[in-house]
Design a protein around this ligand. Structure first.
Ligand code: CTP
Ligand code: MG
Length: 233
């Protein structure tokens, strides 16, 4: 099977409101080490020589996007997202250049993960192409509890074979679009691309990545991201 990762585009969903973070400015645009968070994310992606271009998916009413057309010499396109993350990713996949045919791989990476490591991205790209589809993730290390409605721990669940899913995730454009469309048609809200792929029978490869690839969700995460940005490349 031909493995074509020559033109590897990345879809970056950035159309969320950041409800858990709170505040007026969506978290992806808050200053991080002096610049909008999303620019760090885009730079980390564009730093990899295999990444050819980026599609950033924005909310319909976005007023904060810094209007960059190019990062590290790579084109940055925009698309308009939807009400769920999966809708936004689909919009981004539809906005890819025509020359990306359906068998070609694409990356999807959360705008809110600015601390992605170069080495992890490189490993994902290599393993994703080899395995037919993959995602960065980390095996669960803590003991896992099931709570009742009063935050009382009622059961300890198996930790074995449980992973936390990160991004980037890498799939073939056509397979991923079909999977996201199928989930949408069934009314299933998918929280990552791998979930959509699983629902139509694929088995994405879990690639262990650094746990510091955090998704900025709360104000405390922003402080942590600032610290991690300096320590990682
Ligand atoms: N996202 C998106 N379109 C949506 C929802 C989310 O493009 N309809 C993006 C977010 O902008 C973010 C990524 O998907 O970069 C991961 O989502 P999450 O961390 O949940 O961000 P928000 O949905 O903005 O935050 P919250 O769930 O707290 O509202
Ligand atoms: Mg969300």
């Amino acid at each position: 099977m031909a493995i074509d990762v020559n033109a590897l585009w990345c879809v970056v969903p950035a159309a969320g409101r950041g409800a858990r973070f709170g505040g007026e400015i969506p978290k992806q645009y808050l200053p991080l080490a002096g610049r909008p968070l999303i620019l760090h994310t885009l730079e980390r992606l564009a730093a990899h020589p295999r990444v050819t271009g980026l599609v950033v998916v924005l909310a319909a009413q976005d007023r904060w996007w810094p209007q960059v057309g190019e990062i590290n010499g790579k084109p940055v396109r925009t698309a308009v997202g939807g009400s769920e993350r999966g809708d936004s990713v689909l919009a981004g996949l539809r906005a890819l250049p025509d020359e990306i045919d359906e068998t070609q791989f694409v990356l999807v990476h959360d705008a809110a993960r600015p601390c992605l490591r170069y080495e992890d991205l490189g490993r994902l790209i290599a393993e994703g192409a080899r395995s037919g589809g993959a995602l960065l993730a980390a095996p669960l290390r803590d003991t896992l509890k099931r709570a009742n409605g009063f935050n009382r721990s009622i059961e300890t669940e198996a930790r074995e074979a449980r992973w936390r899913a990160f991004t980037p995730q890498m799939f073939r454009r056509g397979e991923l679009m079909a999977a996201l469309e199928a989930a949408s048609a069934r009314g299933v809200i998918v929280t990552d691309e791998a979930m959509a792929m699983e629902l139509v029978g694929h088995k994405p490869m879990l690639i262990e990545g650094a746990e510091d690839n955090i998704k900025v969700t709360t104000p405390a995460d922003l402080k942590l991201a600032e610290f991690l940005l300096e320590k990682t490349t």
